[in-house]
Design a protein around this ligand. Structure first.
Ligand SMILES: [Zn+2]
Length: 57
C-alpha cells in the first residue's frame, strides 16, 4: 500500500502523509512553527497610524 509523499513547505523535505507524520505537511514541529510565525508576521503588517482613537459622532 503506497502512501503519498508531500514536501515540507518550509524546507522541501519529503514527508510521508500518514498518521505518524504529526506535523504534515511539515516535516517537523520546527518547520510548522516557522511557517505559523511567517503568517503571523504577515497579519501584523499594519500601516503606521496615530495612536489617537477616531471619534465618531
Ligand atoms: Zn521541514
Amino acid at each position: 500500500m503506497r502512501q503519498p509523499i508531500v514536501h515540507c513547505p518550509q524546507c522541501d523535505h519529503p514527508v510521508t502523509w500518514n498518521k505518524t507524520s504529526l506535523f504534515r505537511p511539515f516535516c517537523s514541529e520546527r518547520c510548522k512553527l516557522i511557517d505559523l510565525g511567517q503568517w503571523a508576521k504577515e497579519s501584523y503588517r499594519i500601516p503606521d497610524t496615530d495612536e489617537k482613537p477616531q471619534e465618531e459622532k
